[in-house]
Design a protein around this ligand. Structure first.
Ligand SMILES: [Zn+2]
Length: 259
């Protein structure tokens, strides 16, 4: 049986950079495209499968059958004060090779932060339904990729028909920031927002919306003006609404209207 680990360890012993990754135009382009598609330049922790470089995380967790490759990646991370210098080096290599065109992350896909916020919102919706007297609908407001306010549907709890999850989250975000203009913020909701919440978003200047369950798949009771579409509430051409994110996790609550 071939001992792949020994083979690659020998390669790493013989040459510090066996495939010239540090000077490779292809690798530089690959990393630049990856970094450009991510929502942050680095992350607090990350799992790197195959770890000869290691540029994305402050505390990388790595999988590699080559012990030397792991050791060297860790050394780079420590020397550079959590790998940021290596990121700069990669950028410098890119500078040496002009003509690289870096793709912008697509606007119509949810970012990693938005997906994480959606996961959290769905967890809160499921929890709210079971234990708190709130309905199982949850929302969050994000700014710069971070959740700054959350809310669940408190209509029954507070005897207030305006306390939809999105309305609660908007009120809290505005109060926390001490502003009425939430331009640049992102709304996350486990259910496609109703006409009241879309209106409130517009009044607040929120032009990016990520939601899970879509109108086409849920009970009709959630929408009282079914002829209105999300697009009717958009501010301008920059308005983006992304529906169906993680819908399968939560749709069972809304399909029958028994949230
Ligand atoms: Zn609503």
């Amino acid at each position: 049986m071939v001992d792949y680990a020994a083979h690659f360890n020998n390669l790493y012993r013989a040459r510090r950079d066996p495939w010239n990754y540090a000077d490779s135009v292809y690798e530089t382009r690959k990393y630049d495209a990856t970094l450009a598609a991510l929502t942050r330049p680095r992350y607090a922790s990350a799992l790197e499968a195959g770890c000869s470089v290691g540029v994305l995380a402050e505390q990388p967790l790595s999988i590699d059958i080559v012990a030397l490759a792991v050791e060297r990646m860790m050394q780079r991370s420590l020397q550079s004060g959590h790998a940021i210098r290596l990121t700069s080096e990669e950028k410098e290599v890119a500078h040496v090779h002009p003509g690289l065109s870096l793709p912008c992350p697509p606007k119509d896909l949810p970012s990693a932060d938005e997906c994480a916020a959606m996961d959290d919102a769905i967890d809160r919706a499921l929890l709210a339904r079971n234990v708190s007297g709130k309905a199982g609908i949850a929302a969050s407001v994000l700014r710069d990729g971070r959740v700054i306010a959350t809310g669940e549907n408190e209509v029954q709890l507070q005897h207030d028909p305006t306390k939809h999850a999105e309305m609660v989250a908007i009120s809290r975000a505005a109060a926390i920031l001490q502003v009425t203009d939430l331009s640049g913020c992102v709304m996350i909701s486990t259910l496609q927002p109703c006409e009241m919440c879309l209106s409130a978003m517009r009044f607040a200047g929120i032009a990016r919306l990520v939601f899970a369950a879509t109108q086409a798949n849920v009970a009709p009771k959630y929408f009282v003006f079914p002829h209105l579409r999300i697009e009717d509430f958009q501010h301008d051409a920059n308005f983006v609404a992304i529906g169906g994110v993680a819908e399968a996790r939560i749709l069972h609550l809304y399909a029958t209207g028994n949230e």
